[in-house]
Design a protein around this ligand. Structure first.
Ligand SMILES: C=CC1=C(C)c2cc3[nH]c(cc4nc(cc5[nH]c(cc1n2)c(C)c5CCC(=O)O)C(CCC(=O)O)=C4C)c(C)c3C=C
Ligand SMILES: [Fe+2]
Length: 432
C-alpha cells in the first residue's frame, strides 16, 4: 500500500484522509490515540460529564450528549440498555489478503472509537478544494447519541482465507435448518456483521455508511436491516412493544449472574481470544401483519401466553409475575397453552437455558402485492449459539406464533471481547 500525505484522495476515488498531523498508515494501523486523533480532526466532543461518559449518568443527561465508553472488557452494544435505533449490516470480505483485512479492521476499530465518542474521522470540509472529505458529514454536530458499534465474525471467516482456521471456536458453526425456516439469500450469508445502535437513526447510519466507505476495496455490503423502536428491555428500562402490540423483553436477562452464566464466553473457551466475547444470532423475522390484525384477542393472548395490555402471564395479573406453567383451567388444560411462545421459550422448560434478546422492530414498506412488510429483527447474545438453537428447535416446530411469522434472514457471529485501548483492534489476536 502506498503511503499518501494527509488529505490525499486514494486511487479508487475514496477518501482515506487521516486526521491532520498523523500519517495515514499510523492512524489506520490503530496506533494513534483516538482522543488525539479526534482532536486532530478538528472535531469537538459533546459536553461530557464523567457520569455521562460512564454510561451511568442521570436521566437528566440528554440522549444526544450521552456517550458510552468504547474500550472495555466487553464490546458495547450487548449489555448496553438498547437504544431506540439500529442499523445492522453484514459485509462480505472481498480481499484474500490477510494484511488488507488487518488494515481494514484496524481502521474500523480506530474509527468506531471516534464515532462512539461523537467525533469524526477526518475532516468534513478539507482545506483543499480537490480533497474528498474524510467524513461524510451527516452526523456533524449531532453528538454521540449513545452510539455503540458492535462487530462480529461469521464462521466463513475461519475457512482458511486469512489463516484464521486454527482460531475457529468449536461453538461457531452455521446454524442448523429449523422447522418453519423460510430463509432467503437476500438476508443470509456474509462474513462480518456490524450492529450500530443509537438514540438517533442518522448517527447510527452515519457510522455504518462510513465504515462501508472505508472498507470499499476490502469488503462489500451484503445485507442490512434498519430497526426502530427497540423491541427488548435492558436493565432499568421499561418494556417496549413489538409490532404485534405485545410487551417484549419482560423476562430478558438483566442480572450479572445471568450475564456471566449465559452471555459472556468464559476463560474455559477453547479459543482464548473469545474470552469476554459473546455470540450474536440475527434472525430477520417477517410478520404476517394483516393476518395477525384480524385475529381475536383471546387467540392473541394464547399465542404468547401473556395478556396484551399489561403483558402479564396468563397464570397471573402483573407483567412481572413469574409464569406458572402448571396452573390449569377448569377444563384441565394449562392456562398458558403448552404451545404458547413463552411456554416453549421459558428457561423453566429448557433446562435453565436463557438468551439475551436485543431485537428491533423493522419495516421495509409494502411488498409486491401491497401487504405491510414489517417484523422483528431478532438479535440475541449468548455464550454459545447452541442456546439459541435449543430454543428455536422447539419454537420452529411447535410455536403457536408460527402462523403469523416467517424467519427470512439468519446469521451467527463470534463477537470478540472489547478492545483494551487505542492501538488494539478487532481480530488482532487472529493475525498472530
Ligand atoms: C429462539 C428464540 C426466540 C425467537 C426467535 C423469538 C421470536 C419472537 N418473540 C416475540 C415476542 C415475544 N417473545 C417473548 C418472550 C421470549 N421469547 C424468547 C425467545 C425467542 N423469541 C424467550 C427466551 C422469551 C422469554 C420467555 C420467558 O422466559 O418467559 C415475549 C413475552 C415477553 C417477554 O418476556 O419478553 C414476547 C411478546 C416475537 C414477536 C418473535 C418473532 C417475531
Ligand atoms: Fe420471543
Amino acid at each position: 500500500m502506498t503511503q499518501r500525505s494527509s488529505g490525499e484522495t486514494s486511487d479508487d476515488g475514496s477518501s482515506e484522509e487521516a486526521p491532520r498531523g498523523f500519517s495515514r498508515r499510523a492512524f489506520f494501523a490503530g496506533a494513534v490515540s483516538s482522543a488525539a486523533a479526534g482532536a486532530a480532526a478538528g472535531v469537538v466532543a459533546t459536553g461530557l460529564s464523567g457520569a455521562a461518559a460512564s454510561g451511568t449518568g442521570p436521566a437528566a443527561v440528554a440522549a444526544a450528549d450521552e456517550v458510552y465508553p468504547f474500550y472495555g472488557a466487553h464490546q458495547a452494544g450487548i449489555a448496553t440498555p438498547p437504544q431506540d435505533h439500529l442499523v445492522f449490516m453484514v459485509f462480505d470480505v472481498t480481499t484474500t489478503s490477510a494484511s488488507e483485512l488487518q488494515v481494514m479492521l484496524a481502521k474500523w476499530s480506530a474509527a468506531i472509537a471516534q464515532y462512539t465518542q461523537g467525533l469524526a474521522v477526518g475532516s468534513v470540509e478539507p482545506d483543499r478544494a480537490q480533497a474528498v472529505p474524510g467524513d461524510t458529514g451527516e452526523a456533524a454536530g449531532m453528538g454521540a447519541n449513545q452510539l455503540t458499534v458492535t462487530v462480529g465474525f461469521a464462521p466463513s471467516m475461519f475457512d482458511g482465507r486469512f489463516g484464521w482456521a486454527k482460531y475457529k471456536p468449536a461453538a461457531l458453526k452455521d446454524l442448523p435448518a429449523f422447522a418453519s425456516d423460510a430463509l432467503t439469500p437476500a438476508f443470509t450469508g456474509g462474513d462480518i456483521c456490524v450492529q450500530a445502535c443509537a438514540s438517533d437513526p442518522q448517527v447510527a447510519y452515519h457510522a455504518i455508511r462510513n465504515l462501508a466507505r472505508m472498507a470499499r476495496t476490502t469488503a462489500t455490503t451484503r445485507w442490512t436491516v434498519q430497526g426502530f423502536g427497540r423491541a427488548s428491555r435492558g436493565t432499568g428500562q421499561t418494556t417496549p412493544r413489538n409490532l404485534m402490540g405485545f410487551k417484549d423483553g419482560t423476562r430478558n436477562i438483566s442480572s450479572d449472574d445471568d450475564f456471566a452464566q449465559q452471555v459472556w464466553v468464559g476463560a474455559d473457551s477453547d479459543q482464548s481470544w473469545m474470552t469476554g466475547g459473546s455470540y450474536l444470532v440475527a434472525r430477520k423475522i417477517h410478520m404476517l401483519i394483516e393476518t395477525w390484525d384480524s385475529d381475536g384477542i383471546g387467540d392473541q393472548h394464547a399465542v404468547f401466553g401473556r395478556t396484551k395490555a399489561e403483558g402479564a402471564p396468563l397464570s397471573g395479573t402483573g407483567e412481572f409475575d413469574t409464569p406458572d406453567f402448571a396452573v390449569k383451567a377448569a377444563d384441565g388444560t394449562p392456562v398458558i397453552p403448552v404451545n404458547a411462545h413463552v411456554a416453549l421459550a421459558a428457561h423453566e422448560n429448557n433446562n435453565g437455558t436463557k438468551i439475551l434478546r436485543r431485537g428491533y422492530n423493522f419495516t421495509d414498506g409494502i411488498d409486491s402485492v401491497g401487504r405491510l412488510d414489517a417484523g422483528l429483527m431478532f438479535i440475541s447474545y449468548q455464550k454459545d449459539p447452541a442456546q439459541f438453537s435449543q430454543l428455536q428447535s422447539k419454537l420452529g416446530a411447535n410455536d403457536r406464533l408460527n402462523e403469523y411469522i416467517r424467519h427470512v434472514g439468519s446469521g451467527v457471529f463470534a463477537v470478540p471481547p472489547g478492545l483494551s485501548a487505542a492501538g488494539d483492534y478487532f481480530g488482532k489476536a487472529l493475525f498472530a
